[in-house]
Design a protein around this ligand. Structure first.
Ligand code: GDP
Length: 297
């Protein structure tokens, strides 16, 4: 994740910090290169533009060119701005489990990694947070998807709601709630149906389930490899269903990371987790300051 961007930026900043004294022009030139690096990482144009403008304003405001270590000061400003654009430091990824049982709704397009992420998070909640978790698949159009969740559940030792053929997603959501309540579960996770594109039926179904389940969290799973498309998908899901956070998957295969950098600025929604592989442990909380540090090496 972010290797390409990181390489590009370290080149720019190495030159800058080596130089000693800096002119306003040197800073401007470096920031132009930062802007190009961001665009090449598939960060959306307005986000890249605002980013560079904010850094430029702060550099001018802090009179960095007159300081003893101007290059390092620019790097520091870029670092802080990266933390800001990635979402600040408020979120620690902890899921809101403030009622028993707490419903968590998982939404997203087919193939985004939704079922895998549901199981990864269930495993995490079970092992790290010592919660009793029940998972249920609502993908009544694709029996294979329902089976897949059951198989993952047995692999990781997390219970899944038994599959009853012929039920509607809303009926399954109600049964999951009942089972979670009667069975003494802390959390129940609803893995909704995905489709290849956002369409009226997908949205209507997810909204109906949301209204029945009244989730404490609605997590949108999007494929990080799709770059700006991931941000567009998130905007649409949030407009139509309302999400509390985003999980970016396949970040193990993305050296660019543009979706991660644009997501918060454009959708206003925090990235809560990133998927880093197919294995059940390949998920991490998204911590802006750690990631900014990683990007700047
Ligand atoms: P769904 O249709 O959205 O439920 O998608 P799945 O959970 O079935 O995932 C589709 C494919 O993507 C599977 O082969 C997963 O193993 C894979 N996958 C999911 N998350 C990640 C990830 O973070 N990294 C990688 N490399 N593969 C992932």
């Amino acid at each position: 994740m972010f290797e390409n961007l990181s390489d590009r930026l370290s080149g720019v900043f190495e030159r800058l910090t080596k130089q000693g004294a800096l002119s306003e022009d040197d800073v401007r030139t470096a920031l132009r290169e930062v802007r190009v690096a961001l665009l090449e990482a598939d960060v959306s144009l307005p986000v890249a533009r605002d980013f560079v403008r904010a850094v430029q304003d702060k550099a001018t405001g802090q009179a960095v060119t007159k300081s003893v270590t101007p290059g390092q000061q620019v790097v520091k400003i870029v670092h802080d701005e990266l933390v800001h654009v990635l979402g600040g430091d408020a979120d620690d990824g902890a899921l809101k489990i403030d009622q028993v049982p707490a419903p968590i709704l998982m939404v997203g397009l087919q193939g985004s990694g939704k079922t895998t992420t549901t199981a990864k998070l269930a495993k995490r909640l079970t092992e790290r947070d010592r919660k009793r978790v029940l998972m249920a698949s609502l993908d009544t159009n694709r029996p294979a998807a329902m089976e897949q969740l059951a198989i993952l559940g047995s692999q990781i030792g997390v219970d899944t709601l038994p599959i009853v053929p012929g039920e509607t997603p809303v009926q399954i959501a109600r049964r999951a709630k009942q089972q979670a309540t009667l069975g003494g579960y802390d959390v129940y996770m609803l893995d909704t149906a995905g489709r290849l594109h956002i369409d009226a039926e997908l949205i209507a179904q997810a909204a109906e389930v949301r209204d029945v389940a009244n989730p404490r969290e609605t997590l949108l799973v999007v494929d990080g490899l799709t770059g700006q498309d991931a941000v567009n998908v998130a905007t649409e899901f949030d407009d139509k269903i309302g999400v509390t956070g985003v999980v970016l998957t396949r970040m193990d295969g993305d050296g660019r990371g543009g979706a991660a950098l644009s997501m918060r600025a454009i959708t206003g929604k925090p990235i809560r987790f990133v998927g880093l592989g197919e294995k059940m442990d390949a998920i991490e909380t998204f911590e802006p300051s750690r990631i900014a540090g990683r990007i700047l090496g």
